[in-house]
Design a protein around this ligand. Structure first.
Ligand code: GSH
Length: 206
């Protein structure tokens, strides 16, 4: 079996997606926290050339991209979990749901970095537009969530639901939007949050 090491942060929603996958797969995944988000060299990010996280070391080589990392974890576990990946979920509704969930996660990263690390004021256009973008995606998802869940193929786990849960839990953790404004998303968050994998991987600061 390949030697794996995850580099990330417990406060990162992308890192949490990978951690939830490893829990669901019962896969032991050694974890190294990334200490300095202001660092400007790839070594500080587990070798991630784009200075992002998470990164997965596979026998000493670096794998980047959370979707790639989750696929590698599933392959390493060699188990029988039925996983729905973005490409196995057909149709416009599911395609748009994946895109808007991932875009909302990226926008949330921008908001958190701009506000807390770069100290950009809230009335700056970057933050105002990012906030509108995040809320637009959340509204779209909230209005269609019942149809989205119904259209997902039979599964033990889907990349979409894990990512969506991590996005929503991160809204609470970083206070970037009010989950109560999105009733269907709020219900989904509560229900997915009962899974052992969600409870075993709470957000926190390393
Ligand atoms: N597409 C990347 C996105 C990773 C990403 O943006 N991660 C955030 C943390 S949740 C990050 O690295 N933020 C660092 C920064 O904003 O400088 C993936 O799938 O892993």
């Amino acid at each position: 079996m390949a030697e794996l090491q995850l580099y990330g942060r417990r406060s990162s929603h992308w890192t949490r997606v990978a951690r939830i996958f490893s829990h669901e797969l019962n896969l032991e995944l050694p974890y190294t926290p990334i200490q300095d988000m202001a660092a400007l060299d790839a070594d500080a990010y587990g070798g991630h050339p784009a200075l992002r996280l998470p990164a997965l070391s596979v026998n000493g080589d670096v794998l980047v991209g959370t979707l790639n990392i989750c696929r590698a974890l599933v392959a390493a576990a060699g188990g029988s979990l039925r996983v729905v990946w973005p490409e196995t979920a057909a149709g416009l509704l599911l395609a748009n749901s994946h895109e808007l969930t991932l875009q909302a996660m990226a926008t949330q990263v921008t908001i958190v970095f701009a506000r807390h690390l770069a100290k950009i004021p809230d009335d700056n256009l970057l933050l105002r537009k990012s906030q509108q973008s995040l809320e637009g995606s959340l509204r779209w998802l909230d209005e269609r969530l019942a149809g989205v869940i119904a259209q997902l193929p039979a599964r033990d786990l889907s990349f979409l639901e894990v990512s969506l849960f991590c996005l929503l839990d991160h809204l609470n953790f970083r206070q970037t939007a009010k989950l109560a404004d999105y009733p269907l998303l709020q219900r989904f968050h509560a229900s997915f949050g009962e899974r052992h994998s969600a409870q075993a991987t709470p957000f926190g600061f390393d």
